[in-house]
Design a protein around this ligand. Structure first.
Ligand SMILES: *[C@@H]1O[C@H](CO)[C@@H](O)[C@H](O)[C@H]1NC(C)=O
Ligand SMILES: *[C@@H]1O[C@H](CO)[C@@H](O)[C@H](O)[C@H]1NC(C)=O
Ligand SMILES: *[C@@H]1O[C@H](CO)[C@@H](O)[C@H](O)[C@H]1NC(C)=O
Ligand SMILES: *[C@@H]1O[C@H](CO)[C@@H](O)[C@H](O)[C@H]1NC(C)=O
Ligand SMILES: *[C@@H]1O[C@H](CO)[C@@H](O)[C@H](O)[C@H]1NC(C)=O
Ligand SMILES: *[C@@H]1O[C@H](CO)[C@@H](O)[C@H](O)[C@H]1NC(C)=O
Ligand SMILES: [Zn+2]
Length: 662
């Protein structure tokens, strides 16, 4: 079916002519930009209001709230089309049941058609018992029979629960690389994060309701809730008491066992699903917390400890699912739990045809090279007064930086790689049991993360980021400072973010800015401390602690922000993108600055209006995670930027200076 569709699209493209298509694309982009502009609002007083003023009205009915969620929505719609095609293909006799398609289709189908009952908390809990042959207290049958509490080993149960991901129960387990060697991984234990309210148990009444849903009899829910709350308070106190601020201690599980009195070897074995030696090394942050934790839990009533862990597990699992059989929600479920597969299928179906992806990638790489070259010129100007060898380190780092398009291993047979990746995953849909399939996928992802302990994914070409659920569902670009890699999700390679053949002023001002922002993260307050290979570097530390660098950071923080490095990436990033486009001679910067024929608007204005597309939105403030709100970001990004003031004839405020780091 879809082959016919493609042929149609291809032939219309040829018929209308490439030139005309480019002209159309430019006009479309321009029209879209102008449709958000509110001319009643003065650009100098309130640029967000000016450039984005009509966004809310235009998108009142839409399920997305800004440009990245908009392209995400398009990705989801496309994947939905793919699912309809898979439904047809799955009925053909030659459909390969072991293929990536079959696995994706199987989970999607389970999500769509599984019974409500198989999504319930109680269903999840039957698949994740506290131990083999042991049920959770409230699920013990026949009801009224005593729960065999002496069979409950809390540390072993804890290991079983941590197999489902970053569950944040009683502790955090990460696989991380050493600061001094980015390809040397270790299992890291730290305290759970209970600082933010959302990470704790819910308020009293809601927790009681949750217990009810999970089958705790009404008569005992009140008393149990009280005990769970008090256990969590005790944990929070342990965390508060801990004043260990070191990077942790490297030790063997045998040593950890001796110092805490708990069986950590068994814990790691259950977590990894294989035997380890007592000399297995872990990194333990806040050893004091772990000693106190063992003491605390050994004393508590096992039934309460079990119920606490069970409740926390369910809160985590509910966060990890869209919990809906609606097609679009099931697509999101697929993206968040089978990210690599979703990326591959999206690429093959929607990008690879007729050399489309190749053209896109070449255009992105060319754009990035321009930014890279401009950054080298900035380093050459040497505002930070770096020594020759320090500049050498910075140059090496920007030269070695790798673009990863689509969060896929690059330059290898991707289909083969992805098939092998999922080879051991069995999610057949015969039983249509949602919780069972979901748990399998979560467990699978954790296992893949743990694999890093055995072999380093840094091996050239095989690198991709095993994304957490939120990252996996989003088309936001990100920089991985331990890999020196910028990840550009496929979703960004489409209108209105990016069209490879559009005018350069569009390319540089939006995706160019996004790339420049990510590039600058390599040289912000944190990134600069790591070298080209992602290793903590003596020289990088010196640069980061120099008085010029610190003064630069301080300037950015005059208007205080919790996200200083984001501000660095925004402010130095816009300058980088702007200079890469407008600066330099024709010979060092081949970009097209020819006045376009689709508008009479000055190029500089067009540049800043298209930049604003990244920030325009109508989401509420809770949408902004680890960043300032978009309105604040746009303002901070452009305040006192001379080129912006000129473009819009804004008066310069002499009282305040433009901050600049590099
Ligand atoms: C779900 O079940 C219905 C009815 O049995 C069937 O028609 C439909 O194709 C199924 N949908 C999927 C996605 O499997
Ligand atoms: C890196 O750090 C670890 C832990 O601090 C140490 O054991 C190791 O020797 C260091 N390696 C190098 C190459 O400096
Ligand atoms: C830095 O990291 C690379 C790649 O991860 C590693 O191979 C190398 O040994 C490290 N260098 C040092 C000096 O530790
Ligand atoms: C870094 O770690 C890798 C993987 O464990 C190892 O092969 C390499 O020798 C290490 N490099 C240094 C400098 O220690
Ligand atoms: C530069 O842009 C102009 C206006 O859009 C276009 O006519 C011209 O062909 C472009 N030049 C190059 C070298 O791409
Ligand atoms: C800081 O920025 C916010 C938002 O842009 C603005 O409302 C506020 O006036 C600024 N404060 C200072 C001291 O510049
Ligand atoms: Zn950022």
């Amino acid at each position: 079916m879809w082959i016919i569709g493609l042929a149609l699209i291809a032939s219309t493209a040829i018929a209308s002519g490439a030139e005309e298509e480019v002209a159309n694309a430019n006009s479309r982009l321009l029209d879209n930009i102008l449709s958000y502009v509110d001319t009643e609002v003065n650009a100098c007083d309130d640029y967000f209001g000016h450039a984005c003023g009509k966004y809310a009205k235009k998108h009142l009915e839409d399920s997305f709230s800004e440009i990245v969620s908009m392209v995400d929505h398009k990705v989801n719609q496309d994947l939905l089309t793919l699912m309809l095609e898979l439904e047809q293909r799955a009925q053909q006799p030659d459909f390969d049941a072991t293929s990536v398609e079959a696995k994706v289709w199987s989970f999607y189908r389970t999500c769509r058609n599984a019974s409500i009952d198989s999504r319930s908390g109680r269903s999840y809990l039957t698949f994740v018992p506290p131990d083999e042959g042991l049920t959770w207290p409230q699920l013990t049958r026949p009801a009224g029979r005593a729960w065999p509490k002496d069979r409950f080993k809390w540390l072993q149960t804890l290991a079983r629960l941590h197999r489902y991901g970053d569950v944040n129960i009683l502790m955090t387990v990460f696989i991380k690389s050493w600061p001094n060697n980015s390809s040397d991984y270790v299992m890291d234990f730290s305290m759970p994060s209970l600082e933010e309210r959302e990470k704790r148990l819910m308020p009293f009444m809601e927790t009681m309701q949750v217990l009810g849903i999970l089958g705790v009899p009404r008569a005992s829910a009140f008393a149990l809730t009280k005990k769970l709350k008090s256990l969590e308070t005790a944990l929070i106190n342990l965390i508060d008491e801990d004043d260990d601020d070191t990077d942790g201690q490297h030790m063997t599980v045998r040593q950890l066992q001796r110092r805490t009195g708990a069986d950590w070897q068994k814990f790691v074995e259950l977590l990894l699903g294989e035997d380890i030696s007592p000399e297995f090394r872990v990194n333990v942050q806040s050893l004091g917390y772990f000693k106190a934790l063992v003491r605390l839990l050994d004393e508590k009533d096992p039934g309460v400890v079990a119920s606490y862990m069970m409740t926390r597990l369910m809160l985590y699992l509910w966060q990890e699912t869209m919990d809906s059989p609606e097609p679009i929600e099931c697509i999101k479920d697929v993206r968040r739990t089978m990210n690599l597969a979703a990326n591959l299928l999206y690429k093959e179906r929607f990008l690879s045809s007729a050399g489309h992806l190749h053209r896109q990638s070449a255009s992105v790489v060319q754009l990035f090279d321009q930014l890279r070259r401009q950054f080298l010129r900035i380093v050459q100007r040497n505002r930070l007064r770096l020594s020759r060898s320090q500049r050498g380190m910075i140059r090496r780092k920007v030269n070695d930086m790798v673009l990863n398009i689509g969060n896929m291993p690059q330059h290898i047979d991707q289909r083969r790689f992805v098939s092998q990746h999922y080879a051991s995953l069995d999610v057949s849909a015969t039983t249509l049991d949602y919780s069972r399939s979901h748990l399998k996928l979560l467990e699978f992802r954790t296992r893949q993360l743990m694999e890093k302990l055995k072999h380093s994914p840094h091996r050239a070409n095989e690198y991709f980021y095993i994304a957490d659920s939120m990252t996996a569902m989003s088309s936001s670009a990100f920089y991985m400072f331990r890999q020196n890699v910028i990840v550009i999700p496929y979703g960004l390679l489409q209108e209105p973010v990016f069209l490879p053949d559009s005018h350069d002023v569009f390319r540089f001002s939006l995706l160019g800015f996004i790339l420049a922002h990510e590039l600058m993260h390599a040289f912000d307050g944190l990134g600069v401390r790591y070298d080209a290979q992602g290793n903590l570097s003596e020289m990088g530390q010196q640069i980061g602690s120099s008085s010029q660098f610190e003064a630069g950071l301080e300037c950015f923080n005059h208007n205080e922000t919790d996200y200083l490095n984001e501000r660095v990436a925004d402010i130095d990033g816009i300058r980088l993108a702007y200079e890469a486009y407008f600066g330099g001679g024709a010979e060092e910067s081949p970009q097209n600055r020819t006045r376009p024929d689709f508008t009479t608007m000055p190029m500089e204005r067009l540049f800043f209006l298209n930049l604003a597309q990244f920030f325009c939105g109508n989401g509420d403030s809770s949408n902004f995670v680890e960043h300032d709100a978009d309105r604040v970001r746009l303002k901070q990004t452009l305040t006192n930027f001379a080129a912006f003031n000129e473009a819009f004839n804004c008066p310069t405020q002499r009282a305040t200076e433009r901050c600049q780091l590099w």
